[in-house]
Write a protein that binds this ligand. Structure first.
Ligand code: HEC
Ligand code: HEC
Ligand code: HEC
Ligand code: HEC
Ligand code: HEC
Length: 195
């Protein structure tokens, strides 16, 4: 039997799967996963080493955020091999030769953006998790999702194309920064965030 559908129906029947394929495939094609250089566990360090966030990520006396500790700070506890493959890789690849670990930061913004932690922590008293989610408690370093076109982290865009947020911390685009500033009653000038 030769079933002939009216044109709009067959058009819709073709369009729906095409859209669905694009919707599901596009993000996979757009982002590549880049592994972190070492298997770092935040959980292990909070539990086994009892180090708090400040112990590794503090605001310095000049108000600048220290970021991630340099490898000499890790060497205090990891000067020698033995323990786990992760520790061995750290000692062999970085501590002994005195090289910094090239971590990949999910939150890292494009170079033209100026983001200081100090006003957000010292003045606005925001929790790390408000912008970073539960990463500080994770058992594994997150793999880095790199946008193949811009080279930027997926977090700068947001996990979904439509930018529907499942969590407050999903995505940190310009609109997200400005929205929170407005909620706090602040109008920021372009040059506050772009230097
Ligand atoms: C022993 C040192 C140490 C401690 C303690 C520590 N961190 Fe980290 N943190 C690191 C290292 C090393 C990285 C880089 C590897 C990674 O991304 O997991 C990192 C990365 C991060 C990142 C990722 C930023 C990004 O853009 O990818 C966040 C967020 C973070 N830490 C938050 C926290 C919070 C919150 C705490 C406390 C609950 C904490 N850290 C405690 C060493 C530490
Ligand atoms: C206060 C001591 C201390 C400091 C400082 C410290 N670690 Fe650790 N680290 C530990 C302990 C305890 C463990 C868990 C036991 C083990 O595997 O040796 C651990 C485990 C590890 C591991 C094994 C894999 C895993 O599950 O985490 C890696 C990799 C590691 N640390 C990286 C780092 C890096 C990178 C730094 C510096 C940013 C650092 N550590 C700073 C105490 C420390
Ligand atoms: C208002 C949002 C916000 C809060 C609150 C916040 N961060 Fe960040 N964090 C960011 C942004 C945005 C970046 C990327 C900065 C850049 O690219 O210059 C970042 C970067 C980082 C990095 C990567 C290293 C670096 O120097 O870029 C670490 C580690 C980190 N934050 C840890 C923390 C910790 C720990 C806390 C809580 C004490 C915290 N952050 C609170 C937004 C925030
Ligand atoms: C969850 C809320 C929140 C988010 C998200 C946020 N900020 Fe802020 N930011 C604040 C608040 C509140 C202040 C004011 C702190 C004070 O001075 O009391 C501030 C201050 C600043 C300042 C100091 C100058 C000024 O305008 O007051 C800069 C620069 C800044 N933010 C940049 C950024 C950038 C860039 C992003 C996005 C990557 C961002 N912020 C995301 C809440 C936020
Ligand atoms: C509160 C911080 C903040 C303010 C204020 C701000 N920006 Fe941005 N802007 C960002 C961040 C973060 C990014 C990178 C993430 C993104 O692309 O959204 C960005 C990206 C951009 C880009 C590249 C965006 C793209 O889509 O390619 C342009 C252009 C830009 N901003 C212009 C401006 C201008 C013009 C103003 C003033 C009217 C301004 N920004 C004010 C935070 C800010």
């Amino acid at each position: 039997m030769n079933l002939k559908l009216p044109a709009p129906v067959s058009f819709a029947a073709g369009l729906a799967p095409a859209l669905a394929a694009g919707w599901l495939l596009f993000p996979r094609l757009l982002y590549e996963e880049v592994p972190q250089p070492l298997p770092f566990s935040h959980e292990a360090h909070a539990e086994a080493a009892g180090t708090t966030c400040d112990g590794c990520h503090a605001l310095g006396p000049d108000g600048r955020f220290a970021g991630v500790p340099r490898v000499e700070a890790c060497a205090g506890c990891h000067a020698e091999k033995g323990g786990s493959p992760g520790v061995d890789a750290l000692v062999e690849g970085y501590v002994t030769p005195g090289r910094e670990v090239p971590w990949l930061f999910a939150a890292r913004q494009p170079d033209n953006v100026f983001f200081p932690h100090a006003p957000h922590l010292a003045l606005a008293k925001l929790e790390c998790a408000r912008c970073h989610g539960p990463q500080g408690k994770s058992a594994e370093a997150r793999p880095f999702a790199r946008n193949r076109i811009s080279g930027e982290s997926r977090d700068v865009w947001g996990p979904s194309i439509v930018r529907r947020k499942a969590n407050a911390w999903d995505g940190m685009k310009m609109a997200d920064c400005i929205r929170c500033h407005r909620e706090a009653g602040r109008e920021s000038a372009c040059l506050d965030c772009h230097k």
